[in-house]
Design a protein. Structure first.
Length: 424
């Protein structure tokens, strides 16, 4: 079905537009970039559940004035075998609104058999926006984000610390250099998921914030980490390793930021993962093109400081972005190094399947272009339950109490927005 596009040289609220058109749609998405200074385009829309997605879809498409290539939106799961796509929650995009925050323009895109059908939808959408006005999101905000939420950690304090020690034992034996040990918070949930996201996005803007419904499952993410971006033949991955909480004062905050940037433990951990990502990309990219364009930069968010690096490369001739996606799966920042042995140990240590957690969230376009964040800092809602997965990198220098404090810091924003209590 051909793709059609039209632009509106005017502006409206992203939140209001989503609330008007898609608030109650079971298969909808909102890739939110409005409140983060490094991002430009927010994307909202609806799609059809994809049971067998074509990750390398190609064909003649409209010439679009934005990076988004409307094909698939959703989540690619963690893979238990390196280099494979084993699970997903994906929508094939039917229609979408793309908001250009820099130029204050709204774009309409959709797949229709004829231009006439697209124009009828486009005109109806314009009329609906004009008639309803701009307070729908405000009404949604007034709904309770949660009526009650009591979360329980799957690994209680003593058990998680034992797993940290087991990880350190494996490191001492030379099996791995670093391992990303994770656990999860789970509980009942009876609130409104969209209201939860509307609050969360204001309090914790993030470059890969997202609200995605696929069937009966809802993802609410404030991920700060770029898993993979592919534009043409250019590939970028930006692993995060190293975390400190924000301080209660500007002085305390600067001390914590400086502490992170100077920490030998965090630097070693970050560098190991950078080398892992470089190795993964070298399997499908031109060897001479694989380069570290930014090393161990401190980036600050509402509740944490993070240590971030950027790895860039150029795909080999004849390969598209899905080759890079497969090469990177699962993301090295969420496994450890060496990757295969770290994954084997994690399968033994962790008390559940990761599923979507530590996969990729965002969009995959025609021709293999894509922009996926890492599935971290994400709440997953399904069947009246909520789950928040959390974890951290373990090295030979790790102190169990400090590592346990770190996972609490990483969960803080989501737990606070839920108004939840946690049994750690």
């Amino acid at each position: 079905m051909p793709l059609h596009h039209e632009s509106l040289h005017s502006w409206t609220s992203v939140a209001d537009t989503f609330s008007i058109f898609f608030a109650h749609h079971p298969n909808s998405f909102w890739l939110d970039r409005e409140h983060h200074p490094t991002a430009r385009f927010s994307i909202i829309g609806v799609g059809t559940i994809s049971d067998s997605p074509d990750f390398s879809f190609s064909g003649e498409e409209a010439d679009l004035p934005f990076p988004f290539r409307p094909h698939l939106v959703g989540v690619v799961h963690y893979s238990t075998e390196p280099g494979q796509i084993q699970g997903f929650d994906l929508l094939e995009v039917d229609r979408a609104f793309v908001f250009d925050h820099d130029r204050r323009r709204l774009h309409f895109v959709g797949r229709f058999d004829t231009r006439k059908e697209f124009e009828a939808w486009h005109h109806a959408a314009l009329l609906r926006l004009a008639l309803i006005g701009g307070d729908s999101a405000a009404h949604q905000l007034n709904r309770p984000a949660a009526t009650s939420a009591k979360l329980v950690c799957l690994d209680q304090v003593a058990g998680y610390k034992q797993k940290i020690e087991a990880s350190k034992d494996a490191i001492a034996r030379g099996e791995v250099y670093q391992i990303c040990l994770t656990t999860a918070l789970e509980g009942d949930y009876q609130g409104d998921e969209l209201s939860f996201f509307l609050r969360l996005r204001r309090q914790n803007p993030a470059p890969y914030a997202a609200f995605i419904r696929v069937g009966g499952r809802t993802f609410v993410s404030i991920s700060p980490e770029r898993f993979i971006t592919v534009t043409g033949s250019a590939v970028t991955s930006s692993p995060i390793k190293g975390t400190r909480p924000r301080g209660n004062s500007s002085e305390a905050d600067e001390i914590l930021r400086s502490e992170l940037s100077l920490s030998q433990k965090e630097q070693a951990e970050n560098l190991m993962i950078v080398d892992l990502v470089r190795n993964d990309l070298s399997k499908v990219c031109k060897p001479e093109s694989v380069a570290v364009s930014g090393l161990m930069q401190v980036q600050s968010y509402s509740t944490v400081h993070q240590l971030v690096s950027d790895v860039r490369a150029e795909l080999r001739d004849g390969l598209d972005g899905t080759a890079a996606l497969r090469a990177l799966l699962p993301g090295g920042s969420m496994t450890g190094a060496p990757k295969r042995r770290a994954m084997q140990l994690l399968a033994e240590l962790e008390s559940r399947d990761r599923g979507p957690y530590s996969g990729g969230i965002g969009w995959i376009g025609y021709g293999g272009e894509m922009d996926l964040g890492m599935v971290i800092r994400t709440a997953i809602f399904e069947n009246g339950k909520v789950r928040i997965d959390i974890g951290g990198g373990i090295t030979s220098d790790s102190e169990p109490e400090a590592e346990h404090q770190e996972i609490q810091v990483k969960a803080r924003a989501l737990v606070a927005a839920l108004s939840a209590s946690v049994d750690w």
